[in-house]
Design a protein around this ligand. Sequence first.
Ligand SMILES: NC(=O)c1ccc[n+]([C@@H]2O[C@H](COP(=O)([O-])OP(=O)(O)OC[C@H]3O[C@@H](n4cnc5c(N)ncnc54)[C@H](OP(=O)(O)O)[C@@H]3O)[C@@H](O)[C@H]2O)c1
Length: 314
Amino acid sequence: MKILATGTAGMLGSSLVPALVAAGHDVVPTDINLADRHPWGPFGPELGHLDVRDRHAVREVFESVRPDFVAHLAAETSLEVSDANPAHAYLTNTTATKLIAQQCGRRGIPIVYISTAGVFDGTKTGAYTEFDEPNPINTYGDSKWRGEVEVAQFAPQHYIVRAGWMVGGGAAKDHKFVSRILDQVRAGRTTLHAVGDKLGTPTYTTDFAACLLNLIDSEVYGLYHMACEGEGTRYDVAAEILSVLGRDDIDLVEVTSEFFAEEFPSMRPYSEIMINQALDLQGMNLMRPWREALAHYLSHEFADLLAPAASLAM
Ligand SMILES: NC(=O)c1ccc[n+]([C@@H]2O[C@H](COP(=O)([O-])OP(=O)(O)OC[C@H]3O[C@@H](n4cnc5c(N)ncnc54)[C@H](OP(=O)(O)O)[C@@H]3O)[C@@H](O)[C@H]2O)c1
């Protein structure tokens, strides 16, 4: 298939584009950020420019590319930027998603829209399923949830796929929790802090890409959760990182969200734990346990940070 993909210069795009190419698809990757036009190496596709907020540019790219399928990844993913500038978040995550979905709907093109566990308010005891009602508590979650509504309304052939805490992108692209911990390790810090009062489900982009490819092949459209198996706090994830790296010389201190309130003032749900019930029910859940996925990620992308003994054990 000829696949038009948006927002591919980020963490998920770094895994999804090569997976689509390896599966034999003709991928046209785009992003607003063209700092590196060949993020997938000299033999990968070249990154083209598309600002999904620009309705003229969106229409033109559908005209020129004539895709058979659209993967819509582009988003403002910072909770703090979204809360500080809601107009920007709604334009990027909701209105632009409507533009993409309307083009797909009019032309009969299937779309996959990547959403988030952040559409839930986090008060549920137990894991969220696709049958739970969204009730976002911050601008990012609300703008993504409204993006889901636009996709469902305007693009009948859709996959809305919610990811948990994204893990991936390697040294060049990772800008979320795992890279924050690794940056501190690299900087030689001997004490790290991580919050123990927020629960979630890490989601490894490599596994997500493989599972998504399988889902797309199925042509069973609808709403899906796609997170690694299991759950944990940010503290648990940090502890696992240090364990995989073999760094028992680093002290990890469990703190509450209050500790980081100045740096991360946005409200975050208490629980973003998801299970992939829709995939499970249809025998399409290929996501690994998060600890296994995290170990794979660290050993493949950050081998230089593994202590010698840990590296021998891999
Ligand atoms: N990161 C997570 O923890 C997480 C969790 C659940 C779901 N998701 C969803 O997964 C998808 C992929 O996210 P990711 O983790 O790969 O995030 P990412 O690394 O932030 O990538 C998003 C990409 O979209 C680009 N972008 C922003 N505004 C754009 C615009 N107007 N037009 C075109 N491109 C634009 C960004 O460019 P700039 O870097 O220049 O802004 C970035 O390259 C998003 O839809 C996100 O909402 C992410």
